[in-house]
Design a protein around this ligand. Structure first.
Ligand code: UT7
Length: 345
């Protein structure tokens, strides 16, 4: 065995007695609102058909939050379920990170509102804005806080009330999205089951492909901005589709390459649930057998930052993931942003 380098060249943390840490995913939970909006319901709202929506997207229904239910309410419910599955209490949490593009309000953050709602009095709290890719971004941020010894128990949530920014008269977008939340609890535990690596990427030059133009500092709300429908989500579907397939495929290869792993070693691949055709195209690029590619877009539509977290919860509770299994999570969204995470469950 090679000798340790002289103390002066060692990591200063090691010199001062910090032990290397491991970050485990110790709990998972999700919540979707009760109200189901079916394709038949949408046929009565805009000029569309169940046949068009199903064949172009794979979506049959999506969940829609109640008028008095905000993103923080969905997030808090998912968080409590994740804590329950971890056998922890809100007081055990010392950091809350929420990934969302539909905060209750511009500020304070959804994470602060969740902190109050679940009574996690000891927790620091902030939001991460990486649109549909937010869950993997937040997971990686949460892991870094644990590895750097500043926090021990981190709640990571992806939560969206997309129905609040959808133009319900635009058939190009209103059929695609749904509301919901998913959460995991990260903890420093000696036997780690967690993130092996996360590859994150972004291309801000394509921001206009998917955005909500109004409501920020560039176009604050005015009667004109409201009349021009600038406070709704806008998307160039075809271009977004192409970019999603390429970016998720490349991120998957990069993440697996970093770990020296192959698609064949993955027990399950959980891609962002935006469109069945995107999921199938990514699966084909990775040469993954269809049964290894998780899909629930038919029941929830695209729930943005919540999508992969809800899918992970379903896969765990449905017995599709066992302890020790290797998983590949893939995300893509506005920004543009994308990411891939390899997890040992
Ligand atoms: O989460 C972030 C990432 N988001 C995504 O990844 C979404 C990516 N994009 C997509 O999933 C797909 O592009 C869509 C589902 C949005 C659209 O599918 P497409 O096969 O790309 O259709 P298209 O945009 O090429 O539109 C085809 C036609 C158009 O009519 P014309 O111009 O060819 O006459 C649309 O007006 O379909 C029409 N159309 C509809 N027809 C019936 C668009 N929406 C609808 C609708 N019902 N709801």
């Amino acid at each position: 065995m090679s000798e340790l380098p002289p103390a002066a060249f060692q990591n200063p943390r090691a010199r001062h007695g910090f032990r290397a840490r491991t970050c485990s995913i110790v709990g998972v939970g999700a919540y979707v609102p009760e109200r189901v909006l079916s394709n038949a319901d949408l046929e009565r709202m805009v000029e569309t058909t169940d046949e068009w929506i199903t064949s172009r997207t794979g979506i049959k229904e999506r969940r829609i939050a109640a008028p008095d239910e905000a993103t923080s309410d969905l997030a808090a419910k998912a968080a409590l379920r994740a804590l329950e599955s971890a056998g922890l209490k809100p007081d055990d949490i010392d950091l809350i990170i929420v990934a969302t593009i539909t905060p209750d309000m511009l500020f304070p953050s959804v994470a602060c509102l969740v902190q109050a709602k679940i009574g996690a009095k000891r927790a620091a709290a902030f939001d991460v804005g990486a649109a549909c890719s937010g869950f993997i971004y937040a997971l990686e941020v949460g892991q870094q806080f644990i590895m750097s010894h500043t926090h021990d128990t981190v709640l990571v949530i992806g939560a969206e009330k997309l129905s609040s920014i959808i133009d319900w008269s635009d058939r190009n977008t209103c059929v695609l999205f749904g509301d919901g939340a998913g959460a995991v609890v990260l903890q420093n535990r000696p036997r780690a089951h967690g993130l092996l690596t996360a590859c994150l990427g972004a291309d801000g030059s394509k921001a206009s492909l998917l955005c909500m133009p109004g409501g920020g500092s560039k176009i604050p709300a005015t009667p004109d901005s409201v009349a021009s429908r600038l406070h709704f989500l806008r998307m160039d579907g075809r271009e977004t589709f192409k970019n999603a397939v390429i970016a998720m495929g490349q991120a998957a290869h990069e993440a697996l390459g970093r770990c020296g792993l192959t698609v064949g070693q993955m027990a399950l691949i959980i891609p962002h649930q935006a469109n069945r055709r995107i999921i199938e195209a990514v699966g084909e690029r990775l040469e993954a057998p269809p049964e290894k590619v998780f899909m629930n877009v038919d029941r929830f539509g695209n729930t943005s930052a919540a999508s992969v977290a809800i899918a992970l919860d379903e896969a765990v509770r449905g017995g599709r993931i066992q302890r020790g299994d290797l998983l590949l999570l893939l995300v893509f969204g506005a920004g543009l942003t994308w990411g891939a995470a390899v997890i040992e469950w």
